[in-house]
Structures are given as C-alpha cells and as structure tokens.
Design a protein around this ligand. Structure first.
Ligand SMILES: [Zn+2]
Length: 263
C-alpha cells in the first residue's frame, strides 16, 4: 500500500485559481513537473509561501524572485503559465489522471494497477466527512507527512532544529506532533477507549490516520470517532503552532472537555 500511496501522491495536482492555497515549493502545480523544491538553486528557501506570493505588485510573475531561485528553463516554464487571479476562484486539488482533474477509480487504476479498492475506501473516508474543510485538508496533508514540522523544515532550511519545540526530546515529525509527544499522548489517553489503547499507537503515519477514519475497530464501536479523531489532530497541531507563535499560550489543562459541539 505504501508504494501505491507514494505513486498516488505524484498524481495529485493543484489547478491554480487565486493561488492562495497552493504551496509554491511543495505542491504539484506546474503541469508536467513534480514539486518545484528539487529545482531550487538556493540553499535557504521559505517553504511556507503560496503561489500567489510569487507575484509582483502589478500581479505578474515576480521575475527577479524566479531568476534568483531557479535555472532559466524552470523560470520559462513558470512564466508561461497564467498568473493566479481572484476571478478564477480558489485553487482546486485534483487528479492528473483525467482531463477534468476529478478523482476517479478508473484513472487511479490506469496509473497504479494496485489495490485500488483499499485506496478508494481510504480517500472516501476522508472526503466524505462533513466537518470543516480546513480540518479535512490538514488530515490529508498529515497523512502524506507534508505538514511543516520542524523535522521537515530542517531538511531545507539552514540552522533549523529538527527537534520538537515543546518537549525538546525527539525530532518533530508528523507522528511526533500528533501522538508521540507527551503533550499529544496525554490527550489520546483520555479519548481512546482503554481496550483500544495498545492498537491505537502505530508508527506509520498514514496507516495510523486511515485506521482511525475507517469502519473497523475503534471506529465501529465509538460514536463519532472519525470526528473526534480528526478534530483532535487538528487541535494538537493548532496548539503546537500557538505554543510557538504566541508567548502566553498554554495548552488547555483539560483538552478533552472543550466545546461539546466540536465532538
Ligand atoms: Zn515533543
């Protein structure tokens, strides 16, 4: 399944609208290329910028930025694309295997020849969820280990520590933020029914996420588990960000006793 998933990621494609929700360096948005990061000519880059951020004040591609960061052939490739504009609406995540960029099982099968039923089930379990879209997108990125943890940032930025900024004990990977860090574990220990605790913690991030969105085990016996799980992951990430960016932020003492509407 891991191989299929990696192949699958390569075919996820962002169709640019206003350019605001597509990561300039990390998302696959330039047709016929993968992400732009491997083509960078500088050592230090800001991996948080959106495609929209790479326009100048007139709304054209920022040529000096592009020339500083890429060889000429890549610059030419980018400037040949229409610039993002508000009139085109939000960016849309789609699937390269079809002309319409919609996800279809047939196109996935053509590209992968793998266990598509499992893949389809996993994706549906995520996209069928009726909660807030930002949480859905966050879980999607987390399953691909693409959230900007310190570990991920340290690979591209000079002088960035890979360590968890909260416990300082281990590299801050996706799985570390979402359950392995003591701050996260204490949340899950209160939420996960005791008979599922041993099975709950598993080291493969994508498997861990989709196991908690499916129909078996904890999901089958615990009411609204998918919502509890996705929302909790989202809060753990939000609290992590607040603890870094807001000096006076403290994670709630009773994180599981918040607004009942969220659960
Ligand atoms: Zn930690």
């Amino acid at each position: 399944m891991v191989g299929i998933w990696n192949d699958f990621q390569r075919h996820v494609f962002w169709k640019i609208g206003d350019g605001k929700n597509t990561n300039f360096w990390l998302d696959n948005w330039v047709p016929n290329r993968s992400e732009l990061l491997p083509s960078a000519s500088q050592n230090f880059i800001d991996t948080t910028i959106s495609v929209r951020d790479v326009l100048n004040a007139e709304g054209d591609w920022n040529l000096s930025f592009l020339s500083e960061n890429f060889p000429t052939n890549i610059v030419n490739h980018v400037v040949a694309l229409p610039t993002p504009i508000d009139a085109d609406g939000p960016d849309v995540m789609g699937w390269e295997g079809t002309n319409t960029h919609q996800f279809t099982v047939q196109s996935a099968y053509r590209l992968q020849h793998g266990d598509i039923n499992a893949l389809e089930g996993e994706l549906n379990s995520l996209w069928d969820w009726k909660g807030p879209h930002p949480i859905q997108t966050f879980i999607w990125l987390a399953a691909q280990e693409r959230i900007l943890t310190n570990f991920r940032r340290s690979k591209w930025g000079v002088g960035i520590s890979p360590l968890c900024s909260r416990c300082g004990r281990e590299d801050e990977t996706t799985i570390h933020v979402l359950w392995d860090c003591a701050y996260a574990t204490q949340v899950w220990l209160r939420l996960v029914p005791s008979r599922f605790i041993t099975d709950f913690f598993t080291f493969h991030c994508r498997d861990w996420i989709f196991n908690n969105l499916g129909k078996r085990g904890i999901c089958a016996t615990t009411k609204n588990w998918k919502t509890i799980f996705m929302t909790s992951c989202w809060f753990l990430w939000t609290w992590r960000n607040k603890s870094i960016f807001e000096n006076d932020f403290h994670q709630p003492n009773k994180p599981c006793h918040g607004d009942p509407k969220l659960y």
